[in-house]
Ligand binder design. Structure first.
Ligand SMILES: [Zn+2]
Length: 115
């Protein structure tokens, strides 16, 4: 299997179309990122980009993904589920802290005006 991935006149979409076609073959659906890079010579960055764009359906290609931007775990979104949960919790905590802080500020303001 020889792909001309480095040819300058080959556009990304064309590379994707060719890769997608290759991956749809019977035994290629379960290839992992590393195996695809190794077998086809496609740049991992392109593979990750496409994975994040949702070009590889999870039901068809269960082993393709892109590293989470926070921890590097293979995922299909910008950050993995674990990090997303953590991030949500952090944001919720920040929101609570902010609310608490605003309450304190409001109290102070109130106290100040009473003087
Ligand atoms: Zn993560």
């Amino acid at each position: 299997m020889e792909f001309q991935f480095n040819k300058l006149d080959v556009r990304e979409e064309e590379i994707f179309a060719e890769l997608h076609h290759y991956l749809l073959r019977k035994n290629n659906r379960y290839l992992t990122n590393d195996e695809i890079v190794e077998k086809t010579g496609v740049a991992p960055q392109l593979l990750y980009k496409w994975a994040k764009q949702g070009k590889f359906k999870a039901t068809i290609f269960p082993n393709i993904g892109a590293p989470c931007e926070r921890c590097g775990t293979l995922t299909r979104t910008r950050i993995c589920h674990h990090c997303a949960t953590n991030l949500t919790q952090t944001l919720e905590k920040e929101a609570r802290d902010k609310e608490w802080f605003e309450q304190i500020q409001a109290k102070r303001k109130h106290t100040y005006h009473r003087k």
